[in-house]
Design a protein around this ligand. Structure first.
Ligand SMILES: Cc1ncc(C[n+]2csc(CCOP(=O)(O)OP(=O)(O)O)c2C)c(N)n1
Length: 566
């Protein structure tokens, strides 16, 4: 059906369906992967994707997993991941991925099917008011009613998802406008982001304040990763002898073996990390929202700590205590400007000597705290500390780790070192079921790097069916399942608040190796840590998706006593 002719005399007219206009523009905006459980409500979009070679469309087993995959692609690449779901039933399943993209500031575009315009408002089949439902959860929601505006809307969606504070955008698409053919002028400009530079005066002021401080600290996060600012941050920390912490779930933003690195803050912040934070007189946060876990339950910063935040959007900077100095800038431009400003003069020698001494003490303490010493000896179970030590030895530095929520992730947080940006994916949102879909996305984005996911038996079975997706799409990831037959994290909380009264935390036995085989992958069962190195080395060789079912002690649920679980 021809919808409307716009400017029929223009030279550069194109005739296309609404869905084609939308998909063309998403491809132009850098979308490379589309994850979906298909639905009859957006057939036009699926058809527009069918013959494209620049967007790879992947069917998933659940919309939640499609959402996680799109979020992980966005987090790693800085370009929006695309996920698609059918009307409210698919949208409801996908919501966890959209919420994660919001909490994690990851660019994502969700296309949701909607009933045709002539049926809207009747509570038609699977109808819901998607704009009202998703508005409080994402950055922008739109429900277009004309096919000739779909290119413009896709263009804006890419901009909104990637600019300022990156995040999720939802496009609710009435079914009928997708197949309508329209003639439009092909003159849409592509709005490309430009670096955002902090005013030179503010940069100088920040440098002055840092130099006057006795014990300054820098926290780096998502924005440093997204703008590729790690080297510039390293250069600044080195020259000014300032300790650097990574924000919650961003341990790869700064090389962990560097002498200026003092650890990652968040739920499992070690005592050294807490000490570094509480003793600081100035904290400069660059490219990281001071979320509840990074801010240690909002107990940090203390009133007497001076807080400076530099980020791409003011809405990422708000904290309950208020901020002493804020600057809107991207992390790379900011650190470059800071390095230039620092060239003009030098730190005095006494300050250098004092800071160097403190840095060495704190870094050494952190290394000691994060070096596994001994595990728990058991003939019946695999010891998590020994397993992590083996992983450390066997996995190359380029390995990308993805993490679910659960007690096992304490060992990943504490003992695995990250020395390359883009090698860790874990949701700030703490969503279970994330690790396997994120691993699929990571392997799609970086096919030459090994990818290892960490899940508990609870979280793994939320999205573990995606192993079949990995098999079908030939994505050779390595999935580790720490199998303690319970939702241990919640049991830990119950024990703290209602001692001796566990409820709804016990789970039955599952043969995850057999499960993997039934989906076409390769499975291994690890009953003792001594069985792990050969199996893991074999799985790392690639070839096909592998699942290692690691039977762990239901009592080994805390990486150490000062650990707080999510
Ligand atoms: C989607 C979702 N549902 C519930 C929770 C609450 N939760 C956090 S950890 C956890 C238990 C995780 O169990 P498992 O994956 O087996 O790991 P374990 O804690 O046993 O190591 C639960 C239920 C959550 N974070 N996300």
């Amino acid at each position: 059906m021809l919808f409307q002719v716009i400017d029929p005399n223009a030279d550069n007219k194109i005739v296309a369906s609404g869905a084609e206009l939308l998909v063309n523009e998403l491809a132009r905006g850098g979308v490379r992967f589309a994850f979906t459980v298909p639905g009859e409500s957006f057939l036009g979009v699926l058809d527009a994707l069918r013959d494209r070679t620049d967007i790879r469309t992947i069917a998933t087993r659940h919309e939640g997993a499609a959402g996680f995959m799109a979020e992980a692609v966005g987090k790693l690449s800085g370009r929006p991941g695309l996920c698609m779901a059918t009307r409210m039933v698919g949208a409801a399943n996908m919501a966890i991925g959209l919420h994660t993209a919001m909490q994690d500031s990851s660019p994502l575009i969700a296309i949701l099917g909607q009933v045709p315009t002539n049926k809207r408002g009747r509570e038609a089949f699977q109808e819901a008011d998607l704009v009202s439902i998703f508005s409080p959860m994402v950055k922008w929601v739109v429900e277009p009613t004309r096919p000739d505006r779909l290119a413009e809307i896709a263009n804006k969606a890419v901009c909104v998802a990637t600019q300022g504070r990156p995040g999720p955008v939802v496009i609710s698409l009435p079914e009928d406008i997708l197949s309508m053919e329209c003639t439009v002028t092909n003159s849409l400009k592509q709005s490309m982001p430009q670096p955002i530079e902090a005013p030179a005066g503010v940069v100088r002021q920040i440098l002055e304040r840092l130099r006057l401080a006795k014990n300054p600290i820098i926290i780096v996060g998502a924005g440093v990763l997204a703008s590729g600012a790690t080297n510039a941050a390293v250069a600044f920390a080195e020259r000014e002898k300032i300790g650097v912490l990574a924000g919650w779930r961003r341990p790869d933003a700064f090389p962990n073996d560097h002498g200026c690195y003092l650890g990652h803050t968040g739920l499992r912040a070690s005592s050294t990390v807490r000490k570094s934070l509480t003793e600081a007189d100035i904290v400069l946060v660059v490219g990281h929202r001071l979320d509840e876990n990074t801010a240690l339950g909002y107990s940090f910063p203390k009133a007497e700590t001076e807080l400076i935040i530099v980020d791409t959007a003011v809405e990422s900077m708000m904290v309950p205590s208020g901020v002493d100095l804020m600057a809107v800038a991207d992390a790379l431009s900011f650190f470059n400007a800071l390095n230039c400003a620092a060239d003009a003069s030098k730190l005095d020698e006494d300050t250098v000597a004092g800071r160097q001494q403190l840095l060495k003490t704190r870094h050494d303490e952190w290394v000691k705290e994060t070096t596994p010493v001994h595990g728990s000896a058991s003939d019946s179970y695999a010891d998590l500390t020994s397993i992590t030590r083996h992983i450390h030895k066997l996995a190359p530095e380029s390995t990308i780790y993805t993490s679910d929520a659960g007690t096992f992730s304490g060992w990943l947080d504490r003992y695995v070192r990250f020395n390359r940006p883009g090698t860790f994916l874990g949701p700030i949102s703490g969503a279970m079921g994330y690790a396997v879909p994120a691993a699929i996305a990571a392997k799609l984005h970086k096919p030459d790097q090994p990818v290892v996911s960490f899940s508990g038996d609870g979280g793994f079975l939320m999205t573990g069916a995606e192993i079949e997706t990995a098999v079908r799409e030939q994505i050779p990831l390595v999935a580790l399942v720490f199998d303690n037959q319970k939702y241990a994290t919640i049991e830990v909380h119950q024990e703290r608040h209602y001692p001796g009264r566990p409820i709804a935390t016990g789970l039955g036995p599952v043969d995850f190796a057999e499960f993997a085989s039934s989906l076409g992958g390769r499975g291994y069962t690890i009953r003792h840590e001594s069985e792990f190195p050969d199996a893991f080395a074999d799985a790392l060789k690639g070839g096909e998706p592998c699942v290692l079912d690691i039977k762990t002690d239901p009592e080994q649920i805390s990486v150490n006593d000062d650990v707080i679980h999510q």
